[in-house]
Design a protein around this ligand. Structure first.
Ligand code: ZN
Length: 356
């Protein structure tokens, strides 16, 4: 759910009350004034109010003694709320609303270095259990598309070292491990109609990495046990063994690779930024998901069991594209047809479950 808090677009997981949010921001309820959708809400009423999609919330925190000056949460001191400040705040939020949606990684007990280590250790396991395709043309092709996406701002800022490999597996899927290693099934390469659709799935996967959704979910699911395990890490020691004991492995329903619907929306929208910056039409991502939906009917492809459809995918992506700078798309490598030809000759083993 998208709400605007003090002028910033925020995606929020599940049902949130205003008092829950105030608590989360570390503020004292009796020192807070709340303005919801331009109405000052009395305290007894906002305590239990649930936030809804599109709500605009301003939280003003009064700090210091009884005569302390009001202070905007995380912002500069504010003398009082009057019509002008409300109007200015509204204009600021509107201006914000026109740019691309901004996302930040959520709560996480892992360091970014631990994301990278975990992903690399898991990738080594994957390479033993799946059939990595060592065709230089194919590897070069997916790496070329991947590197275009990596050149986008949000991928650069994440600093994660992305790598791209093709695995011989007929199911329509791709997955990216924490910290950057991405594996692309031959089944996906067979299913895409153009390079932008491939870039769409890859951009979506990269966004899960950038937003650290895997380790975010792991952190939330093992809140109590994880700090000791992560804290006791010694240089050169393996992370994967200890995490597997906690149930954080790559088995079926792994928290590292199975995402919530709100994580899916975030990955769609950030994926559309990466695509646009790389010159690919972001709408092709939505179109591909829609095609999979339509073709498979009752038997949904593997991709959707790991990446549940958040609903209204195409519309949400279209709206996000409107917030991006206008541009012409169509930046293809020209290698798509040859890639298809090579993939058509690859014999795939029966799909195998990832290692436990
Ligand atoms: Zn996803």
């Amino acid at each position: 759910m998208n709400i605007v808090i003090n002028g910033e677009n925020r995606l929020v997981d599940g049902q949130v009350t205003i008092s829950g949010l105030v608590e989360l921001l570390g503020m004292k309820a009796d020192r807070v004034a709340v303005e919801l959708n331009l109405d000052i809400v009395p305290r007894d009423r906002w305590m239990g109010t649930n936030l809804a999609e599109g709500d605009r919330l301003e939280i003003v925190h009064f700090v210091g003694g009884g005569s302390g000056r009001p202070r905007r949460a995380g912002g500069q001191p504010m003398k009082k709320i009057n019509a002008w400040t409300v109007l200015t705040l509204l204009l600021v939020s509107l201006a914000w609303g026109q740019g691309p949606t901004r996302f930040r990684p959520g709560f996480n007990l892992f360091s970014k270095e631990q994301d990278v280590q975990l992903g690399q250790e898991n990738a080594a396991q994957i390479r033993k259990h799946m059939v990595v395709v060592h065709d230089p043309y194919l590897t070069e092709y997916v790496t070329r598309v991947g590197k275009r996406l990596v050149s986008a701002r949000e991928a650069q800022e994440s600093g994660f070292p992305f790598t791209f490999e093709v695995v011989a597996d007929p199911s329509i899927n791709a997955f990216a491990l924490p910290g950057g290693p991405m594996f692309i099934n031959t089944g996906l390469l067979r299913a895409v109609d153009n390079e932008a659709q491939l870039a769409g799935v890859m951009g979506h996967e990269m966004s899960h990495v950038i937003l650290r959704h895997g380790t975010n979910q792991a952190s939330k699911s093992k809140l109590i046990e994880l700090p000791a395990v992560l804290g006791s890490q010694v240089a050169g020691g393996s992370l994967v063994g200890q995490l597997t004991q906690l149930g954080i492995g790559l088995g079926a329903n792994s928290v590292l690779l199975k995402f919530s619907r709100s994580a899916e929306s975030q990955a769609d929208l950030m994926g559309s930024h990466l695509m646009a910056e790389a010159g690919y039409n972001p709408t092709e991502m939505a179109r591909f998901f829609q095609k999979l939906d339509a073709e498979n009917g009752s038997r949904a492809p593997q991709f959707f069991s790991d990446h549940p459809n958040p609903g209204n995918r195409e519309k949400a992506i279209e709206e996000e594209v409107q917030r991006l700078p206008a541009q012409q798309y169509g930046n293809e490598t020209g290698q798509f047809q040859r890639m298809k030809l090579i993939v058509s000759k690859i014999r795939e083993p029966k799909p195998k479950a990832p290692p436990q």
